[in-house]
Design a protein around this ligand. Structure first.
Ligand SMILES: [Zn+2]
Length: 326
């Protein structure tokens, strides 16, 4: 069956079901979505992911320095409108606004650790409502923001516990998968995967940020990521954020070579940022970024989206470039 001709996986699901997909009980729906997602990817199909959240919220008035997670409670309509714009643009998987949502990270961001449950629950709720059964909802999990011991103070077990807590809250709030993203440190990513796996049997995606030298800022290589983390039971692995897009095909090829069965993610920034009249601007417009999408696919990527500096227009162009238009 040609999924693309039917407008992606949600076109197929909608066509085959007698009613709205989300009419099924949540628990069964959760299991079902998991099987659907894994089958879709294992059959070699593509999935369009969303783009930036933080910069979109800043355009709507989120003050710089305010943790975006706060807006899940205080401005849910604004967060929902970003999610909806990405779904309308063709995103088949959207990430909750919970990148900084571990208790340890929230504590750094503004003494918010005690609110870990309500902020993550609200993030999942807003995203699920906006997706409305037309996109998978990924519970977004990001770096704690501290160096792991012995370089820094963060102990491995504390990291595992913090990641496990966030993943459990997101899973209990009905997300379809856990997406650990923007990672730099192999050990921290291992802690995140271990924590998430301890909390839930939902599929886990994990993506790292690479510089143009195809290393993370901690010196981790794509080969190390794929070889070390894929055997932990990931559903997808790859690259997000990072320094531009030129290095992304090479990063994907290196991962594929190290771990041929790996299902790969490409979710790069909209190029390189620069300052224009005091404002951060990324140098690739929607068509410029989308022009790379076929190269990501050629290099093995099955999940393709965008990160910092991207907008729904970028996602729409990417969806068109890989034939997954809504
Ligand atoms: Zn980014």
């Amino acid at each position: 069956m040609d999924i693309r001709a039917n407008g992606g996986i949600f076109g197929i699901l909608a066509a085959q079901s007698d009613g709205p997909i989300r009419a099924a009980p949540v628990l069964i729906r959760g299991m079902d979505m998991r099987i659907q997602l894994e089958m879709h990817l294992q059959q070699g199909n593509h999935l369009v992911a969303d783009g930036a959240m933080g910069s979109m919220l800043q355009d709507m008035g989120l003050p710089a320095g305010t943790p975006p997670e706060i807006w899940n409670l205080e401005h849910p309509e604004e967060v929902a409108s970003v999610h909806r714009a990405y779904v309308e643009a063709g995103a088949e998987v959207i990430l909750t606004n919970t990148l900084g949502g571990t208790r340890l990270r929230l504590d750094h961001l503004g003494d918010l650790g005690a609110r870990v449950a309500e902020l993550n629950e609200a993030g999942a709720r807003v995203a699920r409502r906006a997706a409305d059964g037309r996109a998978f909802v990924a519970g977004d999990v990001g770096p704690i923001g501290e160096l792991m011991a012995p370089l820094g103070e963060l102990q491995y077990t504390d990291a595992v516990n913090s990641y496990s807590e966030q993943a459990r809250i997101l899973a209990d709030s009905g997300v379809d998968l856990i997406w650990i993203e923007t990672m730099n440190d192999l050990q921290e990513a291992q802690a995140a995967i271990e924590g998430a796996r301890h909390a839930t049997d939902l599929p886990i995606f994990c993506s790292f940020s690479f510089t143009r030298r195809s290393r993370t800022i901690m010196g981790v290589t794509p080969e190390q990521v794929a070889r070390t983390l894929w055997p932990l039971g990931l559903a997808a692995v790859g690259a997000n954020c990072g320094e531009g897009v030129e290095h992304i095909p090479g990063v994907l090829q290196a991962m594929k070579k190290a771990q041929p069965e790996a299902i790969l993610i490409a979710k790069p920034n909209a190029g390189i940022p620069h300052l224009e009249a005091g404002r951060t601007v990324f140098d690739l417009g929607p068509d410029d970024l989308a022009a790379y999408a076929p190269r990501f696919v050629e290099a093995g990527a099955q999940i393709i989206g965008a990160c910092c500096g991207s907008t729904p227009a970028h996602i729409s162009a990417i969806a068109a470039a890989i034939g997954n238009q809504r």
